[in-house]
Ligand binder design. Structure first.
Ligand SMILES: [Fe+2]
Length: 421
Protein backbone atom coordinates (compact mmCIF):
# COMPACT_ATOMS: atom_id res chain seq x y z
CA UNK A 1 0.00 0.00 0.00
CA UNK A 2 1.20 3.45 -0.96
CA UNK A 3 2.17 5.41 2.16
CA UNK A 4 0.40 8.54 0.95
CA UNK A 5 -2.74 6.48 0.94
CA UNK A 6 -2.71 4.78 4.25
CA UNK A 7 -5.11 7.18 5.92
CA UNK A 8 -7.33 7.37 2.86
CA UNK A 9 -10.05 5.26 1.32
CA UNK A 10 -9.28 2.98 -1.61
CA UNK A 11 -9.85 5.75 -4.17
CA UNK A 12 -7.06 7.89 -2.70
CA UNK A 13 -3.86 9.24 -4.27
CA UNK A 14 -2.24 5.87 -4.94
CA UNK A 15 -4.99 4.52 -7.14
CA UNK A 16 -5.53 8.01 -8.55
CA UNK A 17 -1.86 8.24 -9.56
CA UNK A 18 -1.96 4.92 -11.36
CA UNK A 19 -5.33 5.69 -12.92
CA UNK A 20 -4.34 9.09 -14.27
CA UNK A 21 -0.97 7.90 -15.55
CA UNK A 22 -2.55 4.90 -17.26
CA UNK A 23 -5.30 7.03 -18.76
CA UNK A 24 -2.71 9.25 -20.46
CA UNK A 25 -1.11 6.20 -22.04
CA UNK A 26 -4.50 4.76 -22.99
CA UNK A 27 -5.28 7.99 -24.86
CA UNK A 28 -2.06 7.48 -26.81
CA UNK A 29 -2.88 3.90 -27.73
CA UNK A 30 -4.50 4.78 -31.10
CA UNK A 31 -1.40 6.75 -32.17
CA UNK A 32 1.23 5.38 -34.51
CA UNK A 33 4.87 6.06 -33.66
CA UNK A 34 5.04 8.70 -36.42
CA UNK A 35 2.14 10.64 -34.86
CA UNK A 36 4.04 11.23 -31.62
CA UNK A 37 6.43 13.73 -33.18
CA UNK A 38 4.09 16.07 -35.07
CA UNK A 39 3.65 19.72 -34.05
CA UNK A 40 1.60 21.18 -36.89
CA UNK A 41 1.39 24.72 -35.49
CA UNK A 42 3.07 26.55 -32.62
CA UNK A 43 -0.05 26.16 -30.44
CA UNK A 44 0.26 22.40 -30.33
CA UNK A 45 2.86 20.15 -28.77
CA UNK A 46 3.89 16.74 -30.05
CA UNK A 47 2.15 13.92 -28.13
CA UNK A 48 5.58 12.64 -27.12
CA UNK A 49 6.39 15.97 -25.50
CA UNK A 50 3.11 15.91 -23.50
CA UNK A 51 3.93 12.40 -22.24
CA UNK A 52 7.35 13.52 -21.08
CA UNK A 53 6.40 16.95 -19.74
CA UNK A 54 3.73 15.67 -17.33
CA UNK A 55 6.37 13.21 -16.08
CA UNK A 56 8.89 16.03 -15.72
CA UNK A 57 6.35 17.78 -13.48
CA UNK A 58 6.41 14.94 -10.92
CA UNK A 59 10.17 14.65 -11.18
CA UNK A 60 10.76 18.38 -10.73
CA UNK A 61 8.28 19.17 -8.00
CA UNK A 62 8.31 15.90 -6.03
CA UNK A 63 11.24 13.59 -6.73
CA UNK A 64 14.07 16.12 -6.91
CA UNK A 65 13.11 18.04 -3.76
CA UNK A 66 11.82 15.16 -1.64
CA UNK A 67 13.35 11.79 -2.64
CA UNK A 68 16.81 11.57 -1.11
CA UNK A 69 19.45 10.37 -3.53
CA UNK A 70 17.13 10.58 -6.53
CA UNK A 71 19.04 10.38 -9.79
CA UNK A 72 17.28 11.55 -12.97
CA UNK A 73 17.24 9.16 -15.88
CA UNK A 74 18.77 11.97 -17.93
CA UNK A 75 19.59 15.34 -16.35
CA UNK A 76 19.14 17.09 -19.71
CA UNK A 77 15.41 16.38 -19.65
CA UNK A 78 15.07 19.17 -17.08
CA UNK A 79 15.49 21.68 -19.87
CA UNK A 80 13.70 20.08 -22.80
CA UNK A 81 10.56 19.09 -20.92
CA UNK A 82 10.17 22.29 -18.89
CA UNK A 83 7.24 24.17 -20.40
CA UNK A 84 7.45 27.70 -19.01
CA UNK A 85 8.79 27.64 -15.43
CA UNK A 86 11.45 30.38 -15.40
CA UNK A 87 12.19 29.69 -11.74
CA UNK A 88 13.33 26.16 -12.67
CA UNK A 89 15.62 27.36 -15.45
CA UNK A 90 15.87 27.86 -19.20
CA UNK A 91 13.68 25.74 -21.45
CA UNK A 92 13.55 24.54 -25.04
CA UNK A 93 11.45 26.97 -27.14
CA UNK A 94 7.83 25.95 -27.53
CA UNK A 95 7.92 26.37 -31.30
CA UNK A 96 10.84 23.94 -31.48
CA UNK A 97 9.33 21.00 -29.63
CA UNK A 98 8.96 19.14 -32.92
CA UNK A 99 12.74 19.12 -33.29
CA UNK A 100 13.14 16.71 -30.38
CA UNK A 101 13.33 13.49 -32.35
CA UNK A 102 15.40 12.22 -29.41
CA UNK A 103 14.61 10.97 -26.85
CA UNK A 104 12.62 8.47 -28.87
CA UNK A 105 9.07 7.45 -28.06
CA UNK A 106 10.39 4.30 -26.36
CA UNK A 107 12.81 6.36 -24.31
CA UNK A 108 10.00 8.67 -23.22
CA UNK A 109 7.94 5.68 -22.07
CA UNK A 110 11.04 4.47 -20.20
CA UNK A 111 11.27 7.92 -18.58
CA UNK A 112 7.66 7.56 -17.44
CA UNK A 113 8.45 4.16 -15.91
CA UNK A 114 11.54 5.54 -14.18
CA UNK A 115 9.56 8.36 -12.59
CA UNK A 116 6.63 6.10 -11.67
CA UNK A 117 8.96 3.69 -9.89
CA UNK A 118 10.56 6.50 -7.91
CA UNK A 119 7.20 8.05 -7.11
CA UNK A 120 6.27 4.73 -5.47
CA UNK A 121 9.56 4.80 -3.57
CA UNK A 122 8.93 8.37 -2.46
CA UNK A 123 5.46 7.51 -1.21
CA UNK A 124 6.79 4.52 0.72
CA UNK A 125 9.37 6.63 2.54
CA UNK A 126 7.32 9.78 2.96
CA UNK A 127 8.29 11.69 6.13
CA UNK A 128 5.34 13.16 7.96
CA UNK A 129 6.84 16.68 8.07
CA UNK A 130 6.70 16.81 4.28
CA UNK A 131 3.49 14.94 3.88
CA UNK A 132 1.12 17.89 3.42
CA UNK A 133 3.31 19.62 0.84
CA UNK A 134 3.83 16.37 -1.04
CA UNK A 135 0.13 15.54 -1.06
CA UNK A 136 -0.70 19.01 -2.40
CA UNK A 137 1.92 18.69 -5.14
CA UNK A 138 0.84 15.16 -6.00
CA UNK A 139 -2.76 16.31 -6.45
CA UNK A 140 -1.61 19.29 -8.51
CA UNK A 141 0.56 16.99 -10.63
CA UNK A 142 -2.39 14.70 -11.32
CA UNK A 143 -4.65 17.60 -12.24
CA UNK A 144 -1.85 18.92 -14.43
CA UNK A 145 -1.62 15.57 -16.22
CA UNK A 146 -5.40 15.56 -16.74
CA UNK A 147 -5.15 19.01 -18.30
CA UNK A 148 -2.54 17.65 -20.66
CA UNK A 149 -4.77 14.70 -21.55
CA UNK A 150 -7.21 17.20 -23.00
CA UNK A 151 -4.42 19.19 -24.65
CA UNK A 152 -3.13 16.00 -26.20
CA UNK A 153 -6.47 15.30 -27.88
CA UNK A 154 -6.84 18.91 -29.00
CA UNK A 155 -3.36 18.81 -30.47
CA UNK A 156 -3.80 15.46 -32.21
CA UNK A 157 -6.96 16.83 -33.84
CA UNK A 158 -5.09 19.93 -35.03
CA UNK A 159 -2.19 17.82 -36.29
CA UNK A 160 -4.47 15.41 -38.16
CA UNK A 161 -6.32 18.35 -39.72
CA UNK A 162 -3.00 19.59 -41.10
CA UNK A 163 -2.64 16.28 -42.94
CA UNK A 164 -4.63 16.18 -46.23
CA UNK A 165 -5.42 12.51 -45.51
CA UNK A 166 -7.46 13.71 -42.50
CA UNK A 167 -6.62 10.63 -40.40
CA UNK A 168 -9.04 9.35 -37.75
CA UNK A 169 -7.92 9.00 -34.15
CA UNK A 170 -10.91 6.80 -33.31
CA UNK A 171 -13.89 5.23 -35.00
CA UNK A 172 -16.99 7.45 -35.03
CA UNK A 173 -19.33 6.23 -32.29
CA UNK A 174 -22.08 8.77 -32.71
CA UNK A 175 -24.45 8.50 -35.64
CA UNK A 176 -25.90 11.50 -37.38
CA UNK A 177 -28.57 13.03 -35.18
CA UNK A 178 -32.19 13.93 -35.80
CA UNK A 179 -31.99 17.50 -34.58
CA UNK A 180 -31.43 19.72 -31.58
CA UNK A 181 -34.30 20.75 -29.33
CA UNK A 182 -35.46 24.35 -29.84
CA UNK A 183 -33.49 26.84 -27.82
CA UNK A 184 -35.24 28.73 -25.00
CA UNK A 185 -34.26 31.52 -22.65
CA UNK A 186 -33.72 30.59 -19.00
CA UNK A 187 -34.28 33.50 -16.60
CA UNK A 188 -31.98 34.15 -13.66
CA UNK A 189 -32.58 36.61 -10.89
CA UNK A 190 -29.89 39.15 -10.15
CA UNK A 191 -28.62 40.29 -6.78
CA UNK A 192 -25.59 39.49 -4.68
CA UNK A 193 -24.16 36.06 -5.47
CA UNK A 194 -20.99 34.23 -4.46
CA UNK A 195 -18.59 32.63 -6.91
CA UNK A 196 -15.26 30.87 -6.55
CA UNK A 197 -14.14 27.70 -4.80
CA UNK A 198 -15.00 27.70 -1.11
CA UNK A 199 -14.55 24.05 -0.21
CA UNK A 200 -11.59 22.12 1.17
CA UNK A 201 -11.31 19.89 -1.92
CA UNK A 202 -8.72 20.57 -4.61
CA UNK A 203 -8.97 23.54 -6.93
CA UNK A 204 -6.46 25.61 -8.88
CA UNK A 205 -5.33 28.80 -7.16
CA UNK A 206 -7.13 30.92 -9.77
CA UNK A 207 -10.56 29.71 -8.50
CA UNK A 208 -10.04 31.40 -5.14
CA UNK A 209 -10.95 33.24 -3.01
CA UNK A 210 -14.71 32.76 -3.06
CA UNK A 211 -16.21 36.23 -3.19
CA UNK A 212 -19.38 38.20 -3.69
CA UNK A 213 -20.48 39.59 -7.05
CA UNK A 214 -23.45 41.70 -8.03
CA UNK A 215 -25.55 40.56 -10.98
CA UNK A 216 -28.44 42.20 -12.79
CA UNK A 217 -31.30 39.96 -13.87
CA UNK A 218 -30.15 38.00 -16.91
CA UNK A 219 -31.05 35.22 -19.31
CA UNK A 220 -29.00 32.35 -20.66
CA UNK A 221 -29.85 30.09 -23.58
CA UNK A 222 -31.09 26.62 -22.67
CA UNK A 223 -28.25 24.98 -24.63
CA UNK A 224 -25.12 25.98 -26.61
CA UNK A 225 -25.34 27.32 -30.16
CA UNK A 226 -25.47 24.53 -32.75
CA UNK A 227 -23.68 24.10 -36.07
CA UNK A 228 -27.00 24.65 -37.84
CA UNK A 229 -27.54 27.99 -36.13
CA UNK A 230 -23.96 29.10 -36.75
CA UNK A 231 -24.25 28.05 -40.40
CA UNK A 232 -26.97 30.70 -40.79
CA UNK A 233 -24.41 33.26 -39.66
CA UNK A 234 -21.78 31.93 -42.08
CA UNK A 235 -24.12 31.74 -45.06
CA UNK A 236 -25.90 34.94 -44.09
CA UNK A 237 -22.68 36.91 -44.64
CA UNK A 238 -21.69 37.17 -40.98
CA UNK A 239 -17.98 37.17 -41.84
CA UNK A 240 -18.45 40.09 -44.26
CA UNK A 241 -20.26 42.50 -41.91
CA UNK A 242 -17.76 44.60 -39.95
CA UNK A 243 -20.50 46.08 -37.75
CA UNK A 244 -20.93 42.85 -35.79
CA UNK A 245 -17.21 42.35 -35.13
CA UNK A 246 -14.90 43.73 -32.49
CA UNK A 247 -12.13 45.77 -34.13
CA UNK A 248 -9.48 43.17 -33.23
CA UNK A 249 -11.81 40.43 -34.41
CA UNK A 250 -12.38 42.08 -37.78
CA UNK A 251 -8.62 42.55 -38.26
CA UNK A 252 -8.03 38.94 -37.32
CA UNK A 253 -10.53 37.47 -39.78
CA UNK A 254 -9.12 39.69 -42.56
CA UNK A 255 -5.50 38.79 -41.85
CA UNK A 256 -6.18 35.08 -41.48
CA UNK A 257 -8.90 34.87 -44.15
CA UNK A 258 -11.32 33.16 -41.77
CA UNK A 259 -14.78 32.54 -43.22
CA UNK A 260 -16.00 29.71 -40.96
CA UNK A 261 -15.00 27.82 -37.78
CA UNK A 262 -11.53 26.26 -37.78
CA UNK A 263 -12.44 22.76 -38.88
CA UNK A 264 -15.24 23.52 -41.36
CA UNK A 265 -14.38 22.66 -44.95
CA UNK A 266 -16.38 22.58 -48.20
CA UNK A 267 -16.05 19.24 -49.98
CA UNK A 268 -18.10 18.61 -53.16
CA UNK A 269 -20.13 21.68 -52.29
CA UNK A 270 -21.13 20.30 -48.88
CA UNK A 271 -19.95 21.53 -45.49
CA UNK A 272 -17.81 19.05 -43.62
CA UNK A 273 -16.18 19.22 -40.22
CA UNK A 274 -12.89 17.67 -39.10
CA UNK A 275 -13.41 15.45 -36.06
CA UNK A 276 -11.22 13.03 -34.17
CA UNK A 277 -12.96 10.43 -36.33
CA UNK A 278 -11.77 12.13 -39.51
CA UNK A 279 -13.57 14.52 -41.85
CA UNK A 280 -17.35 14.12 -41.55
CA UNK A 281 -20.42 15.86 -43.03
CA UNK A 282 -21.43 18.78 -40.82
CA UNK A 283 -24.12 17.79 -38.31
CA UNK A 284 -26.41 20.78 -37.76
CA UNK A 285 -27.59 19.54 -34.36
CA UNK A 286 -24.24 19.35 -32.57
CA UNK A 287 -22.85 22.37 -30.71
CA UNK A 288 -20.66 24.57 -32.89
CA UNK A 289 -17.05 24.09 -31.93
CA UNK A 290 -13.57 25.54 -32.55
CA UNK A 291 -14.58 29.17 -32.58
CA UNK A 292 -12.35 32.02 -31.47
CA UNK A 293 -13.63 34.50 -28.90
CA UNK A 294 -14.01 36.99 -31.74
CA UNK A 295 -16.30 34.67 -33.70
CA UNK A 296 -18.35 33.78 -30.63
CA UNK A 297 -18.76 37.47 -29.80
CA UNK A 298 -19.69 38.44 -33.39
CA UNK A 299 -22.24 35.64 -33.63
CA UNK A 300 -23.89 36.75 -30.39
CA UNK A 301 -24.07 40.35 -31.59
CA UNK A 302 -25.51 39.21 -34.93
CA UNK A 303 -28.26 37.44 -32.93
CA UNK A 304 -28.87 40.65 -30.93
CA UNK A 305 -27.54 38.87 -27.86
CA UNK A 306 -24.22 38.73 -26.02
CA UNK A 307 -21.84 36.31 -24.32
CA UNK A 308 -22.45 35.47 -20.65
CA UNK A 309 -20.12 36.92 -18.06
CA UNK A 310 -18.16 34.49 -15.93
CA UNK A 311 -20.14 35.30 -12.73
CA UNK A 312 -23.43 34.87 -14.60
CA UNK A 313 -22.33 31.47 -15.85
CA UNK A 314 -21.16 30.25 -12.45
CA UNK A 315 -24.18 31.58 -10.56
CA UNK A 316 -26.49 29.87 -13.05
CA UNK A 317 -24.78 26.49 -12.80
CA UNK A 318 -23.71 26.25 -9.16
CA UNK A 319 -26.41 23.70 -8.28
CA UNK A 320 -26.21 21.74 -11.51
CA UNK A 321 -25.01 18.17 -11.84
CA UNK A 322 -21.59 17.67 -13.43
CA UNK A 323 -22.90 15.03 -15.79
CA UNK A 324 -22.31 15.48 -19.49
CA UNK A 325 -20.33 14.40 -22.51
CA UNK A 326 -16.77 14.23 -21.16
CA UNK A 327 -13.79 12.24 -22.42
CA UNK A 328 -15.09 9.12 -20.67
CA UNK A 329 -17.91 8.87 -23.23
CA UNK A 330 -15.15 8.29 -25.83
CA UNK A 331 -17.04 10.25 -28.46
CA UNK A 332 -14.26 12.89 -28.59
CA UNK A 333 -16.81 15.19 -30.17
CA UNK A 334 -19.72 17.31 -28.93
CA UNK A 335 -23.11 15.66 -29.17
CA UNK A 336 -26.55 17.27 -29.61
CA UNK A 337 -28.63 18.18 -26.58
CA UNK A 338 -30.39 15.02 -25.41
CA UNK A 339 -33.84 16.60 -25.16
CA UNK A 340 -35.43 19.87 -24.12
CA UNK A 341 -34.05 19.85 -20.57
CA UNK A 342 -30.47 18.93 -21.45
CA UNK A 343 -28.76 22.28 -20.92
CA UNK A 344 -25.27 20.87 -21.61
CA UNK A 345 -23.75 23.11 -18.96
CA UNK A 346 -20.87 20.68 -18.56
CA UNK A 347 -18.98 18.71 -21.19
CA UNK A 348 -19.40 18.96 -24.99
CA UNK A 349 -17.84 22.41 -25.59
CA UNK A 350 -16.02 25.00 -23.51
CA UNK A 351 -18.19 28.12 -23.47
CA UNK A 352 -16.58 31.51 -24.04
CA UNK A 353 -17.52 34.15 -21.50
CA UNK A 354 -17.03 37.89 -21.96
CA UNK A 355 -14.92 38.02 -18.78
CA UNK A 356 -11.20 38.68 -18.93
CA UNK A 357 -9.03 36.12 -17.21
CA UNK A 358 -7.98 38.17 -14.21
CA UNK A 359 -7.38 37.51 -10.52
CA UNK A 360 -10.31 37.23 -8.15
CA UNK A 361 -10.23 39.87 -5.38
CA UNK A 362 -7.65 38.72 -2.83
CA UNK A 363 -6.01 36.19 -5.18
CA UNK A 364 -2.61 34.92 -4.10
CA UNK A 365 -0.58 32.63 -6.35
CA UNK A 366 1.04 29.56 -4.82
CA UNK A 367 4.51 30.25 -3.36
CA UNK A 368 7.63 29.42 -5.37
CA UNK A 369 8.00 28.11 -8.91
CA UNK A 370 4.50 26.61 -8.85
CA UNK A 371 3.17 30.17 -8.60
CA UNK A 372 3.93 30.31 -12.33
CA UNK A 373 1.23 27.70 -13.00
CA UNK A 374 -1.67 30.15 -13.44
CA UNK A 375 -1.08 33.68 -12.21
CA UNK A 376 1.38 34.88 -14.81
CA UNK A 377 -1.11 34.25 -17.60
CA UNK A 378 -3.66 36.74 -16.31
CA UNK A 379 -3.40 39.20 -19.19
CA UNK A 380 -5.15 39.41 -22.55
CA UNK A 381 -7.06 36.13 -22.25
CA UNK A 382 -10.74 35.29 -21.72
CA UNK A 383 -12.38 32.78 -19.42
CA UNK A 384 -14.21 29.70 -20.69
CA UNK A 385 -16.46 27.52 -18.61
CA UNK A 386 -17.92 24.04 -18.40
CA UNK A 387 -15.39 21.59 -19.86
CA UNK A 388 -15.66 19.70 -23.12
CA UNK A 389 -15.82 16.28 -24.72
CA UNK A 390 -12.05 15.92 -24.27
CA UNK A 391 -11.99 16.89 -20.57
CA UNK A 392 -11.82 14.15 -17.91
CA UNK A 393 -14.95 14.35 -15.77
CA UNK A 394 -12.90 14.08 -12.57
CA UNK A 395 -11.03 17.20 -13.64
CA UNK A 396 -14.11 19.41 -13.78
CA UNK A 397 -15.74 21.63 -11.15
CA UNK A 398 -18.46 24.28 -11.41
CA UNK A 399 -15.83 26.85 -10.38
CA UNK A 400 -13.24 25.76 -12.98
CA UNK A 401 -11.73 28.62 -14.97
CA UNK A 402 -10.19 27.79 -18.33
CA UNK A 403 -8.60 30.56 -20.36
CA UNK A 404 -7.39 31.16 -23.88
CA UNK A 405 -6.37 34.07 -26.08
CA UNK A 406 -9.23 35.56 -28.11
CA UNK A 407 -7.79 34.30 -31.39
CA UNK A 408 -7.37 30.70 -30.17
CA UNK A 409 -9.73 28.20 -31.70
CA UNK A 410 -8.01 24.86 -31.68
CA UNK A 411 -9.47 23.98 -28.25
CA UNK A 412 -13.03 22.62 -28.17
CA UNK A 413 -14.54 26.11 -27.88
CA UNK A 414 -18.17 27.04 -28.44
CA UNK A 415 -20.70 29.43 -26.95
CA UNK A 416 -24.03 29.91 -25.27
CA UNK A 417 -26.02 33.08 -25.81
CA UNK A 418 -26.92 35.47 -23.00
CA UNK A 419 -29.06 38.56 -22.80
CA UNK A 420 -30.31 41.11 -20.34
CA UNK A 421 -33.73 40.39 -18.93
FE1 LIG B 1 2.05 21.70 -18.35
Amino acid sequence: MHALLRSRPAAGPDSRYTEVRQQTEALCAPLETDDYQVQSVIDTSPPKWHLAHVTWFFETFLLKPFLEGYRPLDARYERIFNSYYNAIGPFHPRAQRHTLSRPTVDEVYAYRKHVDAHMAELAAGCASAQRMTMERRLTLGLNHEQQHQELLLMDVKRNFFANPLFPAYSEARNSRSAGAPPVRWLDFEGGIREIGHGESSFCFDNEQPRHKVFLRDYRLASRPVTNGEYLEFVEGGGYTRPEVWLSDGWSTIQERAWTAPLYWTRIDDEWHEMTLSGMRPLDGATPVCHLSYYEADAYARWRSARLPTEPEWEAATSGESLSGNFVESRLYHPRPAQGRDDAQWFGDVWEWTSSSYSPYPGYRPVEGALGEYNGKFMANQYVLRGGCCATPLAHMRPTYRNFFYPHDRWPFTGLRLASDS
